[in-house]
Design a protein around this ligand. Structure first.
Ligand SMILES: [Zn+2]
Length: 226
């Protein structure tokens, strides 16, 4: 009886696991929110992500602030912003942040042919590789417009977000900071834009507030792997 019970429980666990795995795969490997604390007994973790850079001055300001605080983030770069800002890209890489892809022209990848859409991602990856020696493994499609075909042809993992303070709609640093810090939870992926100075200032305030609350900052690959 006992053996049979455990056998049944094992089957049920397997079934639950396969349903969860199926749901994950059905998302097209897109990463939304993965909670760590309850499952692994770790510190609360969040990922800061910055889209639309590199910016010739604001990205550097952000890097200065992150270095002072010993915090790592993820930067989804636009390919056409890279020429002329190679030193900024090199610095992002050398200071231990993760570089992701945000297409070459900041386009809706689902509004064009597959070949052109793939070129948008691969050209950006090539530019990053020329500077750092490594292409991009992660992508955030502008407007979140992504599908399985794009995953297959780029070979990249799409990364969504779970907290969006709409930082690009306001220069009010306090408002951006509050929008993030009032809703934040373990496992969140925060979307910001290092293109704007107000967003950079808000990002550093967010870091200070969340460090005080005991959060740990990780890059999106670490969020996915653990
Ligand atoms: Zn964008």
């Amino acid at each position: 009886m006992r053996t049979k019970f455990f056998h049944g429980a094992g089957l049920a666990a397997l079934l639950i696991l396969s349903v969860c795995l199926g749901a994950f795969l059905a998302e097209g490997k897109s990463v939304l929110r993965i909670s760590g604390e309850e499952a692994f007994g770790q510190k609360k973790r969040v990922a800061l992500t910055f889209d639309d850079g590199p910016h010739p001055s604001n990205t550097g300001l952000l890097l200065d602030g992150l270095r002072e605080r010993n915090v790592k983030a993820t930067f989804f770069l636009i390919g056409r912003n890279i020429p002329g800002n190679e030193a900024v890209v090199r610095r992002i890489y050398e200071e231990g942040h993760l570089i992701g892809n945000h297409t070459y022209d900041h386009v809706d990848l689902t509004s064009m042919g597959k070949e052109e859409a793939c070129r948008q991602a691969l050209e950006t990856s090539r530019l990053v590789q020329e500077i750092t020696g490594q292409g991009t493994e992660f992508i955030r499609a502008p407007f979140g417009a992504w599908n399985k075909e794009l995953e297959a042809c780029t070979g990249m993992i799409h990364v969504k977000w779970s907290v969006d303070p709409l930082d690009w709609t306001t220069e009010n640093v306090t408002l951006i900071t509050e929008r993030v810090c009032e809703t934040i939870e373990d496992g969140d992926i925060i979307l910001l834009h290092d293109w704007y100075k107000s967003s950079v200032e808000a990002a550093l305030q967010i870091v200070d507030t969340l460090l005080e609350r005991g959060y740990e900052f990780v890059t999106v690959d670490q969020m996915i792997l653990l």
